[in-house]
Design a protein around this ligand. Structure first.
Ligand SMILES: Nc1ncnc2c1ncn2[C@@H]1O[C@H](COP(=O)(O)OP(=O)(O)OP(=O)(O)O)[C@@H](O)[C@H]1O
Ligand SMILES: [Mg+2]
Length: 602
């Protein structure tokens, strides 16, 4: 008896941090309350506007002491049009790593890797999820010290104990998770910790900050941005331009971008390309990480490939091709992606989800849609067109103000995600870090979250059952982790994304809604996830709604494509009639060739 009681008691008390988290997850079953918490924290931050400014001033004062160079805006240069530098830059590398290794408990994230980037070069870093790309740039940025190896900046050996030291050497990093203060203005963010001053440095010079911020933005062709706008009100693309402006205001000679386009619209992506080419012409050294091979061919001069933390090779982009890079990345020729559903007969299963005139203003207005059992419906549209809002209305995160939802032909009222889960609906959200995961919990705990009640034995959690469930999805989705007990925060970005998918698949839903399912996922895993979704629809007759900004992905997966614009469902295409051109045209509202046009008059 004592032993029987001891074991759960020990497991509960040994993971002290997991007790409150588990209490949290009982109310959670879905993690959206976390989002609410973040939003309310941000709201209350607004009340403390004065202290925030005070903090900014204090921060500025501290860093003023070791400020090395006076600000001078980057000169404006003509846009470079050629795709590749005529000649690879010769001479001394801006940044060079020699035989760098980095170990974490149970993982050798980098193993004897060498890498260099020249002034005026874009050097792409490529590798599967968990290959070690982010670890390498975190070492360069002073986030982690390497376990062994050397690093040189402009020929001089360096050791960074803190990111500030890397910044002082002209290194700026743009992480996928932005590091801006949403409550501060564009100008305040650009100069956070580095404000211009007057009267012998005694007073912050706000006017100069606004002027100089405008000059940096001008040099980036971003003068459309208002330096007084609050960053929290900006689009993701504009926030990223502010991040780049911040890096340039600090005279960055080495700029590192970790998956910068993962969250950008097509338009913002092209604008970013323009900025990158201009910086290259100004002899900035750029390190560029992306899973999208077409971007690498559009931008990079050289490509370095990592696999399992090891250096596999470096190639001039002009002398290689997609096939070769994929072989280097995965160590074998990749099985081709399954073919699109062009010739599949239209699924005739019963209608699982029927949505009529769903509205929740301002982002969702009068959307109607059906998904059948065994069918994959693609939901296309620009970022902000209301796709995620439609999914969140169905899932009870943001219940609709008007309209009806039917599941299996029965009208339902879904006001909370728990009710949606009870009806067999799963929703894998797009923002994995904030909405999809509890990053302080382990892989197994995260996957078990959505099935917490089934995993309970009386008042105790059945750890063995949780472990088995986790192992099953670690295997199916090939999640790269040393064990199911690894904390989610320590996994690479793409592997975190796979946990989000795994955790919702574990609910065995009737209707699966996936929002940007392969954002940040490498080419191999992307094909696997596509195959998995195909299998779930075909073999398990799951109804699947795929939301994606990646049009090839929509066209590859869908039996039917629906397009949203400004909150309306504006077009619907049978698979054969859906082409890149007419889906895009419907999304931007140029011409509507769809079979159905419900919002052409809006
Ligand atoms: N702080 C950490 N503690 C423990 N392990 C870590 C930590 N950071 C990274 N790792 C491990 O190091 C390996 C490399 O991770 P990294 O984030 O560098 O991959 P990546 O190439 O950036 O992948 P992705 O394309 O998914 O972003 C992974 O196995 C990851 O789990
Ligand atoms: Mg990464």
């Amino acid at each position: 008896m004592a032993a029987a009681l001891a074991s759960p008691a020990v497991s509960l008390s040994s993971g002290t941090s997991s007790i409150p988290l588990r209490v949290l997850c009982v109310s959670v079953v879905n993690p959206f309350p976390l989002r609410e918490l973040i939003a309310s924290a941000q709201r209350s931050a607004r009340l403390y506007w004065i202290p925030i400014n005070f903090r900014l001033a204090r921060l500025t004062f501290r860093t003023h002491q070791d400020k090395r160079e006076r600000f001078s805006p980057v000169p404006r240069m003509a846009q470079q049009t050629s795709l590749y530098s005529e000649n690879l830059p010769a001479g001394e590398a801006a940044l060079a790593l020699k035989n760098v290794s980095k170990s974490f408990p149970g993982v050798r994230a980098l193993d004897d890797v060498s890498f260099d980037v020249m002034p005026g070069e874009v050097h792409a870093l490529l590798g599967e999820n968990g290959a070690g790309k982010s670890t390498l740039i975190k070492i360069v940025s002073g986030v982690y010290p390497p376990t062994s190896g050397e690093m040189h900046v402009h020929g001089k050996p360096v050791h960074f104990a803190h990111p500030r030291e890397a910044q002082a050497h002209g290194i700026a990093t743009i992480y996928q998770e932005f590091s801006l203060y949403p409550e501060l203005t564009v100008a305040e963010n650009i100069f956070a910790g580095n404000m211009p001053r007057k009267f012998s440095g005694l007073v912050l010079d706000w006017a100069a900050a606004a002027r100089q911020a405008a000059a940096v933005l001008e040099s980036l062709d971003a003068s459309d941005l208002d330096v007084r706008a609050r960053v929290g009100t900006l689009s993701v693309g504009n926030r990223q331009r502010v991040e780049i402006a911040k890096a340039l205001s600090r005279q960055a000679q080495i700029l590192i971008l970790d998956e910068p386009t993962a969250v950008l619209t097509q338009h913002d992506t092209e604008r970013l390309y323009g900025i990158i080419r201009r910086l290259r012409a100004q002899k900035v050294a750029l390190v560029y990480i992306s899973h999208r091979l077409n971007e690498i061919f559009a931008l990079a001069d050289r490509v370095t490939v990592l696999r399992d933390g090891k250096f596999i090779g470096v190639k001039p982009a002009a002398e290689t091709n997609e096939g070769e890079l994929i072989r280097m990345m995965v160590g074998r020729a990749l099985e081709l992606e399954p073919l699109p559903h062009l010739d599949n007969p239209a699924p005739t299963g019963q209608v699982v989800l029927r949505v009529r005139n769903l509205s929740r203003r301002p982002l969702l207005r009068d959307a109607s849609l059906e998904v059948r059992a065994g069918e994959i419906v693609g939901l296309a549209g620009l970022v902000g067109s209301g796709r995620s809002e439609l999914a969140q209305a169905v899932f009870g995160v943001a219940p609709p103000e008007s309209g009806t939802i039917e599941i299996d032909g029965k009208p339902v009222k879904i006001t909370r995600p728990e009710e949606a889960i009870g009806l067999g609906i799963a929703y894998a959200p797009e923002d994995r870090q904030r909405q999809g995961l509890v990053i302080a919990m382990t892989v197994a705990e995260n996957i078990g979250l959505t099935r917490i009640w089934q995993l309970m034995r009386g008042p105790f959690l059945d750890f063995q059952a949780e472990e088995m469930l986790a192992r099953q999805y670690i295997g199916t989705l090939r999640i790269k982790t040393p064990s199911s007990h690894q904390v989610a925060r320590n996994l690479s970005g793409g592997n975190q994304q796979k946990i989000v998918l795994g955790k919702w698949l574990a609910t065995k839903p009737r209707l699966l809604i996936v929002d940007e399912p392969t954002r940040g996922i490498d080419v191999g895993a992307r094909a696997e996830i596509h195959r998995l979704l195909d299998g779930l629809a075909r073999d398990e007759k799951m109804a699947i709604l795929v939301i994606s900004s990646d049009l090839p992905e929509i066209l590859r997966l869908s039996d039917r494509v629906c397009v949203m614009r400004e909150g309306y469902l504006v077009a619907e295409f049978a698979r054969r009639k859906a082409t890149q051109e007419n889906v895009l045209a419907a999304a931007v509202g140029q011409q509507l060739n769809g079979e159905k046009t419900t919002a052409s008059d809006h």
